[in-house]
Design a protein around this ligand. Structure first.
Ligand code: PLP
Length: 393
């Protein structure tokens, strides 16, 4: 018999009743070190006092009014994002998927309004993940996302990850835009090297194709810069954001230059909830915290120590782990044994990790992770490696 909740998820039998910083308490009282942050969402840890304050203050004022009216919290958050990034303008959504839908529309409208109505193709990279809407699954293109849901939205060209020549060939005068994740998240923490991102920017400049970055997972300070593309010294025309921006409150955004956003005039797009006062009050508190002096230095510092420990872990357990990948606090451990077994062994060690493609274990902790907590995560991972070695035949 079908469960009351549509059974689309495979869930671990864990039920957390309280969160505090990087720690989650299970109903049975066990404390878990959270190195997953709800898939890179609880950016400042659980129940960060500043966010709790921002949310409760706003909850006591007004929750929702709709975009039929002015929303000062939304304007404030947009201003903060514009001030801190390449963007001139921001649209607020409730998720990464919704941000994906808008970037697809924005790219096509841009060329439509230039009179190039056949310039509708969008180039993406295999192994990408852009969300679960029909547009987002067509964009990513993997069978595991699209099977059974056809006919899919047409117009996407999928280029193999790491194949520069194919990418060059795929971008033509029919290409409206290219969408890439600077670091693939679900795809197994696969960073696009800075030179590739620079090369891609150049390619887009020569062909006029719009460069759209999906920073839903890697953005908002996770890599030690506010946005991951800053490491490569380039900027996109349009960018998708979600996950960490709300620190756990559902919030997403599309950032764009004035030029790229030119087609999105009154009535061309909208959202009932998008940018509502509760979400934007929390988003402002997240932005203020992440852009505080020294905050990103903390991320880089703790990430460096964590990474060093992970490299040592890989070196001492080559039969369990083979490689460390990623930047800042977006780290992947490529596993030799099935990643599902490693995630399970980590649960036994009261450590929360997240599996990804390419048999990769993801570590996406809160950016407030302390050095002591990073050490604790490493010692629990050592325990995990030993347990897996012991269980091997
Ligand atoms: C999670 C994710 C999305 C989809 O976001 P949702 O909020 O789940 O809709 C899109 N792109 C990337 C890179 C993601 O990691």
């Amino acid at each position: 018999m079908i469960t009351p909740v549509l059974p689309t998820y495979s869930r671990a039998p864990l039920h957390f009743v309280k969160g505090e910083g990087s720690w989650l308490t299970e109903a049975d009282g066990r404390r878990f070190l959270d190195m997953g942050a709800g898939i890179a969402v609880t950016l400042l840890g659980h129940c960060h006092p500043t966010l709790v304050q921002a949310l409760t203050d706003q909850a006591n004022a007004v929750w929702h009014v709709s975009n039929l009216y002015e929303i000062p919290q939304q304007e404030a958050l947009a201003q903060k994002l514009v001030d801190a990034s390449f963007a001139d303008t921001v649209f607020f959504t409730n998720s990464g998927t919704e941000s994906c839908e808008l970037v697809l529309k924005m790219a096509r409208k841009y060329w439509h309004d230039k009179g190039q109505t056949d310039r509708i193709e969008i180039v993406t990279i295999t192994g990408a993940f852009h969300g679960r809407s029909t547009g987002a699954i067509a964009a990513a293109g993997a069978d595991k996302l699209t099977e059974g849901f056809g006919p899919l939205m047409p117009g996407f060209t999928h280029v193999a990850w790491g194949d520069h020549e194919a990418l060059k060939a795929a971008i033509t005068d029919k290409t409206a835009a290219v969408i890439v994740e600077p670091i693939q998240g679900e795809g197994g923490i696969r960073p696009l090297p800075d030179v590739c991102l620079k090369g891609l920017r150049d390619l887009c400049d020569t062909t006029d194709a719009l460069l759209i970055l999906d920073e839903v997972q890697c953005g908002m300070g996770r890599t030690g810069r506010l946005f991951a593309h800053e490491w490569a010294g380039i900027s996109p025309d349009i960018m998708m954001v979600a996950k960490g921006i709300g620190g756990g409150f559902p919030l997403g955004a599309v950032l764009a230059t004035e030029e790229a956003a030119a087609g999105m005039t009154k009535g061309t797009h909208g959202s009932t909830y998008g940018g509502n006062p509760l979400a934007c009050a929390v988003g402002c508190a997240v932005m203020d915290t992440v852009t505080e002096d020294g905050f990103l230095d903390h991320v880089t510092g703790v990430a460096g120590r964590l990474r060093q420990g992970l490299e040592a872990l890989v070196a001492s357990h080559p039969d369990v782990f083979s490689e460390v990948r990623g930047t800042g606090l977006m780290l992947g451990l490529v596993c030799v044994t099935p990643v599902g077994d490693v995630v399970q062994a980590a649960y036994d060690a009261q450590l929360i990790t997240i599996p990804a493609a390419e048999n990769t274990l993801r570590l996406l902790p809160a950016l407030t992770l302390s050095d002591d907590e990073a050490s604790e995560a490493l010692s629990r991972l050592e325990q995990v490696a030993q347990a897996i070695e012991k269980a091997k035949p």
